[in-house]
Design a protein around this ligand. Structure first.
Ligand SMILES: C[S@@+](CC[C@H](N)C(=O)[O-])C[C@H]1O[C@@H](n2cnc3c(N)ncnc32)[C@H](O)[C@@H]1O
Length: 381
C-alpha cells in the first residue's frame, strides 16, 4: 500500500508576492486550510479539488504532493533517506521519471548534484525491487519529481501538474520580453477586473494579457495540451478516472461566451500584432478579441476601461532614455485621453514609474522572469 506522508496536503507554487491571491483562487476551486508560504500555498484537497486546481488555476505554476520532508545536511543523508521511500509504488516498471531541483542557503549547494543523488537513490532502489533500472526522460517523463532544499530542510514531492502550468500551449510566437502567463493572470486578478468593463492592452506584444483575459472572461480551464485527451496526474497511485471526468465535464460546462470587443489590443509593431493574433487563434472564442497595429499616441483614448500594459523597460544599453520618454508620453495619454479608466502599468524600475507622472492608487512588487518590477494602479478620475 501507499504510505507516504501528507498525501492529502499539497503545495501550489507561485510567483513572488502572489501567495495571497493564489490562496483565494485555490479556495474557490475547493481547497481547504490554505496556508500562505514562501513562493506558494499549502492546502488540503480531495482528489476532485486537486484535479480542479490543476485544470483551472491561472496563478499556480506547479502543484506538488509532498512525499517526505526532513532535515538534510549532507548528500549521503539525502541518498539514504530517499532510498527508504517506496518508489516502486510510484514509478512502475517501464515508467520514466525526471527531477527538478532547487537548493538555497544549505550545506548542499548545487541543485544539479542534489538531483543526481536523489536519482541514484531511486534508480538503486528500483533496480533492487524491480530487477531493472528506470529511465530518465527530461522532456516528457511519466513521473515528475520536485526536490527542494532550503536552509537544510529537504522536501521531495510529486509534481502532480507534470511540468509548469504557465505553459498554456497558446504561445506559438513570441516577442522580446513577453510576460509570463501566470503573472499576466495575476495582474488581472490584482486589478479586480470584473469581466464586464472593457479591457485593453495598447502595447500588447504577443498578446499575453489579451489571452489570459479571454480565458478568464470565458471562465475557461487551462487550454494546455497536457489536458487534451489525458490527465497529467494519471500517473498518481490513487488516480481516479471517474472523478477526473466529472471535474472536467463540470468545468467545461461552465464556460461562457465573451461579448464582442470586450477585450481589445494594439501594438506599434506589426510582427507583435501578428504574434498576438496567432497566439489568440489557439484559443476558442478568439474572434471576439480585436487586435490592430497602432501607436498608442495616435489612439483616441479609452473611457471607463481597464487598461493593462507592460511597456518596454529599456534594459539594454542606451534604451533607458527612450523608455523614460515612452512612459512619460503614456502617462500623459492616460491623463488626457482615458478619463474614467483604471490602468495597471508594469514598471521595470522605479524611475519608469516616476516618468508616468501620475500618483498611483496602489503599488505592488512582482517579479517577471527574475526582474523585480513595480505594478502600479492608476485611476483617471
Ligand atoms: C515588453 S513588450 C510587451 C510584451 C507583452 N506584454 C507580451 O506578453 O508579449 C512591449 C511592447 O510595447 C510595444 N510598443 C512600444 N512602443 C509602442 C507605442 N508607441 N505604441 C504601441 N506599442 C508600443 C512594443 O512593440 C512591444 O511589443
Amino acid at each position: 500500500m501507499f504510505d507516504y506522508q501528507d498525501y492529502q496536503v499539497y503545495f501550489a507554487k507561485c510567483g513572488y508576492g502572489l501567495e495571497e491571491i493564489l490562496a483565494r483562487e485555490l479556495t474557490s476551486l475547493g481547497a481547504e486550510d490554505t496556508q500562505q508560504n514562501y513562493f506558494g500555498v499549502r492546502f488540503k484537497a480531495d482528489a476532485a479539488a486537486l484535479y480542479r486546481a490543476n485544470y483551472k488555476s491561472r496563478l499556480a505554476s506547479h502543484i506538488l504532493a509532498p512525499l517526505i520532508n526532513f532535515d538534510c545536511h549532507s548528500d549521503n543523508y539525502l541518498y539514504t533517506t530517499a532510498m527508504d521511500i517506496q518508489w516502486e509504488n510510484i514509478i512502475r516498471p517501464g515508467m520514466t521519471f525526471a527531477i527538478q531541483s532547487h537548493v538555497t542557503d544549505s550545506r548542499i549547494t548545487h541543485s544539479q548534484y542534489a538531483a543526481l543523488k536523489l536519482k541514484d537513490a531511486i534508480v538503486d532502489r528500483l533496480r533492487t525491487v524491480h530487477g531493472e533500472r528506470p529511465n530518465i526522460d527530461r522532456k516528457n517523463p511519466d513521473v515528475w519529481l520536485d526536490l527542494n532544499i532550503r536552509e537544510n530542510k529537504a522536501i521531495i514531492s510529486l509534481d502532480t501538474s507534470k511540468g509548469a502550468l504557465h505553459r498554456r500551449g497558446y504561445r506559438r510566437q513570441s516577442v522580446e520580453a513577453p510576460l509570463q502567463e501566470t503573472l499576466a493572470s495575476a495582474i488581472l486578478t490584482l486589478g479586480e477586473w470584473d469581466m464586464k468593463q472593457p479591457l485593453v492592452d495598447p502595447m500588447c506584444g504577443s498578446g499575453t494579457f489579451l489571452s489570459e483575459a479571454l480565458l478568464m472572461a470565458q471562465n475557461a480551464p487551462s487550454p494546455a495540451e497536457r489536458f487534451q485527451g489525458r490527465a497529467p496526474f494519471k500517473f498518481m497511485p490513487d488516480w481516479d478516472e471517474d472523478i477526473w471526468e466529472e471535474v472536467r465535464n463540470d468545468t467545461d460546462s461552465q464556460m461562457k461566451q465573451v461579448p464582442h470587443r470586450l477585450i481589445t489590443g494594439s501594438d506599434i509593431n506589426r510582427k507583435a500584432v501578428s504574434a498576438a493574433t496567432t497566439n489568440l487563434g489557439w484559443l476558442s472564442g478568439s474572434q471576439s478579441v480585436r487586435i490592430k497595429v497602432a501607436d498608442f499616441r495616435d489612439l483616441d483614448g479609452f473611457k471607463d476601461s481597464l487598461i493593462v500594459v507592460n511597456p518596454p523597460f529599456g534594459d539594454r544599453l542606451g534604451e533607458r532614455r527612450d523608455a523614460l520618454k515612452l512612459y512619460n508620453e503614456f502617462g500623459s495619454f492616460l491623463k488626457h485621453k482615458c478619463q474614467g479608466s483604471t490602468a495597471l502599468v508594469l514598471c521595470g524600475h522605479p524611475e519608469l514609474r516616476h516618468a508616468l507622472g501620475l500618483r498611483p492608487k496602489r503599488k505592488k512588487i512582482v517579479r517577471n522572469g527574475g526582474i523585480e518590477c513595480q505594478l502600479v494602479q492608476l485611476e483617471m478620475y
